[in-house]
Design a protein around this ligand. Structure first.
Ligand SMILES: Nc1nc2c(ncn2[C@@H]2O[C@H](COP(=O)(O)OP(=O)(O)OP(=O)(O)O)[C@@H](O)[C@H]2O)c(=O)[nH]1
Ligand SMILES: [Mg+2]
Length: 521
């Protein structure tokens, strides 16, 4: 009570918001001073998520105008997974104090948060502490049993179809899928055609203001642009709104950070993230500096992203050295494999086309498959026996996406190096996707960019079980492609046949005896 009164007094005296972060043991671990309207939270990534995914920290702060819990407080609560956020208010008359409390509640509807208000006296006794512990206990139990607390990050997406061959709806669908893969819920969208990109505000100042209004109405935490923002745009837009501002590259980097498993993959993703962050560090964009627990701040695995410019540079140099070292080791292995003289077949294609499913089906293995973009980041190789003495190595790689972020492509270049040894590329296409022709074009473009155009390739139309037979026949003929369904092994025989004919052209194909055998390489 004394602390509360003191904080309120100081806050009024200096006309700024004042806050404290308190641990579950009741210790004050941070004292924070904001301005009259807001207060910034420090980097909390040092506080490991406790069991049940809460940070174990309560954030109590003052509001000067006696406003109650605001949207921003709820955003902090959700994104940082705080135990609770409390707002201290004082009424001038009669020295009455009140504490408004917000906490995550699995049963609280779409916002995922519940807000309650108490006279401060009420908050003094043991009962109140017990009440808080009980609420936190319920929430932790819900989280640890996997119950979805709908306090997901909420986003409004802004689609700018400038100069795109892509249909706006497809662009929207793509960004929704990428957001979902980052555990972000898209609660609204705008599609804004612009004749000329605004150098500071991308979609123009008026339209941006409108977008911010919509975001407030819908209780969104962030705005996601499908077009990548320059550091200057990010800065200008972040100045206009307190919402987090994200772009497509940041989403893709976040997915990669979640999915990276191998040491090399983790280093590559961290390198790409740091390269993306470096020119944007001066921005006050909270996605990068404040909410290191939210989108964009996640390092792959246990790595914490540094936000100091000089340290970022040092880290980039160190990562590049380390990756070079790993590459040398991989080159040796590659050479050895080459010496073994087995032909190498590489599966390439747009993300989610079914590449890993095909590898599994052909070689009876269990590479991770999921109906989400970028399920695979690490290259897997398997031995595939086509017939009695005809063996090939078949590899599955990271999926491609249109306009793959430059830094990410750069970072994954060394993994994609493996593709350079391929004797045949199997270009897998999800023919059931409405934009499949654009996917083919995007993949061809990347293949050219990474200098693989000289390698023979075979176009394979996958997921034929999802489209009418006449379309399958028409497209196969038109594109000179082989139709398959990676989920139905019996449809793969013509593909095996074609691979054999292309890789061993000198002698006639021998019929194969399924099931095809495999060994781990
Ligand atoms: N209906 C149907 N679904 C398929 C077929 N092949 C793959 N899928 C599904 O498509 C989704 C993506 O499959 P993956 O094998 O993970 O795709 P990928 O190309 O490896 O994707 P990334 O690694 O994420 O780039 C999964 O849900 C698969 O079950 C198919 O022939 N028919
Ligand atoms: Mg895959």
């Amino acid at each position: 009570m004394e602390l509360a009164r003191r904080i309120l007094e100081i806050s009024r005296e200096i006309n700024r918001q004042v806050g404290v972060l308190i641990t579950r043991k009741g210790e004050v671990c941070h004292v924070l001073v904001g301005d009259a309207f807001s207060i910034m939270l420090p980097d909390l990534s040092g506080y490991r998520m406790g069991k049940g995914n809460l940070k174990g920290v309560r954030f109590i702060h003052t509001h000067l105008k006696n406003e109650t819990i605001e949207r921003e407080d709820l955003t902090d609560l959700r994104m940082l997974r705080l135990d609770l956020v409390g707002v201290l208010k004082a009424h001038n008359r009669g020295n009455l104090y009140a504490l408004d409390i917000a906490y995550l509640d699995p049963e609280a509807g779409p916002s995922g948060c519940r807000v309650e208000s108490f006279p401060l006296q009420h908050c003094l006794g043991e009962n109140f502490n017990e009440w808080i512990s009980e609420k936190i206990g319920i929430l932790q139990k819900a989280l640890s049993t996997g119950q979805r607390v709908s306090g997901r990050i909420r986003a409004i997406v802004a689609i700018v179809p400038l100069g795109q061959r892509w249909d706006s709806e497809a662009l929207l669908k793509e960004i929704v899928e990428l957001s979902e893969a980052c555990n972000v819920e898209v609660v609204g969208s705008i599609i804004q055609k612009v004749r000329r990109i605004h150098p500071a505000y991308l979609i123009g100042e008026g339209k941006l203001k409108e977008l911010v209004m919509i975001s407030m109405e819908k209780g969104a935490d962030c705005i996601i642009f499908n077009k990548d923002l320059s550091p200057a745009q990010l800065n200008a837009i972040s100045k206009m709104t307190e919402l987090k501002v994200l772009d497509r590259t940041l989403l893709i980097l976040d997915i990669f950070a979640r999915r990276a498993h191998s040491r090399e993959g983790k280093l590559q993703v961290e390198l790409a993230q740091l390269k993306y962050m470096l020119p944007r560090l001066s921005s006050k964009n909270t996605a990068m500096s404040r909410l290191t627990g939210g989108i964009g701040g996640r390092g792959p695995g246990e790595t914490k992203l540094e936000i100091n410019r000089r340290r970022v540079r040092d880290r980039i140099a160190k990562l590049e050295r380390e990756l070079k070292r790993l590459k040398t080791g991989r080159d040796l292995r590659r050479r050895k494999r080459k010496r073994e003289a087995l032909p190498i077949i590489s599966i390439v294609g747009y993300t989610n086309a079914g590449k890993s499913t095909l590898l599994n089906a052909l070689t009876n293995s269990h590479v991770f498959v999921e109906d989400k973009p970028f399920a695979t980041l690490d290259t897997s190789s398997r031995l595939l026996r086509l017939s009695k003495d005809r063996k090939v190595i078949i590899t599955d790689t990271v999926g491609f996406i249109r306009d793959l972020p430059r830094d990410l492509l750069g970072a994954f270049m060394s993994t994609l190096d493996e593709l350079k040894d391929a004797d045949l590329l199997l270009h897998i296409v999800d023919i059931s996707h409405p934009e499949f022709e654009l996917h083919i074009r995007a993949v061809d473009e990347i293949i050219r960019k990474i200098d693989l155009g000289r390698i023979p390739s075979l176009l394979v139309l996958n997921k034929i079980d999802k489209v009418p037979m006449e379309d399958v026949l028409r497209y196969s003929r038109m594109l000179q492609a082989i139709p398959i369904s990676a989920t139905e092994r019996e449809t793969l025989l013509p593909l095996i046949d074609a691979i054999e004919r292309m890789v061993f052209p000198e002698s006639p194909a021998v019929s194969i005896n399924p099931p095809f055998t495999q060994e781990l390489i």
